[in-house]
Design a protein around this ligand. Structure first.
Ligand SMILES: C[S@@+](CC[C@H](N)C(=O)[O-])C[C@H]1O[C@@H](n2cnc3c(N)ncnc32)[C@H](O)[C@@H]1O
Length: 272
């Protein structure tokens, strides 16, 4: 898909505006980021990387893409679309922070009758490579810690099962913008967790800093039926595969199908 250059992009090194010309994003002090054929820009500079391949691995990204494309989390996307469809203007900039392989932005865009300027970024280049093939948008390899967007430029920031940096979210949101966070509830994937962990810990709910106030909260709970392939994908897209004891994983490997509870909390927050 062709790359769309959002007009609020900034250089992750010096914070100057980035202009798109000759297939590169350039700032006035000479930093240049090429936009390759796959339609995304890598704005994660070497000095800000903590490892050679940060974020989710290629295998995790592919497993998540297969899992999500089967529609298991579609009710979550529908609730998001429902909330976003009643927000302010007919044109909104929608930023997915830690967008993974882009499922939610594409789905929300298909469900809403507004003009959405889609910006999706993730620290994993595998995720962004996959996302950029999905639909037109500003797809970036970048980190929550240094979101390459100007202050007060986003109408909505999504943090879906992500690794939030609330200071950065507050910085890029417009004063009347919204932060929407989706986090696991206590019963989320409980059947899986009961099999693979000797004791199941409560999720404890997420605490938000006081520069965000809660606007609304929804709980989304339903059941899905997973066959062996879907279960393998679910395991591979989460850290459970690496965290769970081997003997417990072996128990799971014997199952041909399983019913699984989806239980997530959706918080809509206002910057204060
Ligand atoms: C659990 S996955 C969720 C992906 C997607 N939001 C979804 O719900 O399908 C978390 C994602 O956050 C990304 N990530 C981890 N640390 C990040 C950071 N500091 N900045 C941006 N993305 C990050 C990972 O690469 C991964 O794609």
């Amino acid at each position: 898909m062709p790359f769309i250059a959002h007009d609020s992009l900034i250089c992750p090194i010096d914070g100057l505006a980035l202009l798109f010309k000759n297939n590169s994003l350039c700032c006035s002090s000479g930093h240049r980021y090429d936009v390759g054929k796959p339609g995304y820009a890598n704005l994660l500079s070497v000095q800000h990387k903590r490892s050679r391949a940060p974020g989710d691995s290629k295998e995790m990204v592919h497993a998540r893409a297969d899992f999500l494309s089967a529609g298991f989390y579609e009710p979550i996307a529908c609730q998001l679309a429902d909330i976003i469809s009643v927000q302010g203007e007919d044109e909104l900039s929608l930023v997915d922070a830690g967008c993974g392989e882009g499922y939610y932005l594409e789905k929300i865009d298909s469900l809403i009758d507004k003009r959405l300027d889609l910006v999706g970024f993730d620290i994993s280049k595998w995720a962004v490579q996959r996302a950029a093939k999905r639909c037109q948008g500003t797809w970036l390899v970048a980190s929550n810690k240094r979101i390459p967007l100007a202050d007060n430029s986003a109408d909505i920031v999504l943090d879906m099962f992500g690794f939030p940096d609330f200071d950065s979210f507050a910085r890029v949101l417009k004063p009347d913008g919204k932060l929407i966070c989706v986090t696991p509830g206590d019963k989320h994937l409980i059947e899986l967790r009961k099999i693979i962990y000797p004791t199941v810990k409560p999720t404890n709910g997420r605490q938000y800093p006081d520069f965000f106030s809660r606007d609304t909260q929804r709980t989304i709970t339903y059941e899905i039926k997973l066959d062996r392939t879907a279960l393998d994908n679910l395991l591979a897209m989460t850290p459970h595969l690496y965290r769970a004891p081997k003997d417990r994983l072996a128990r799971l490997a014997k199952l041909e199908q399983i019913s699984m509870t989806i239980d997530v909390r959706l918080d809509v927050l206002n910057p204060t």
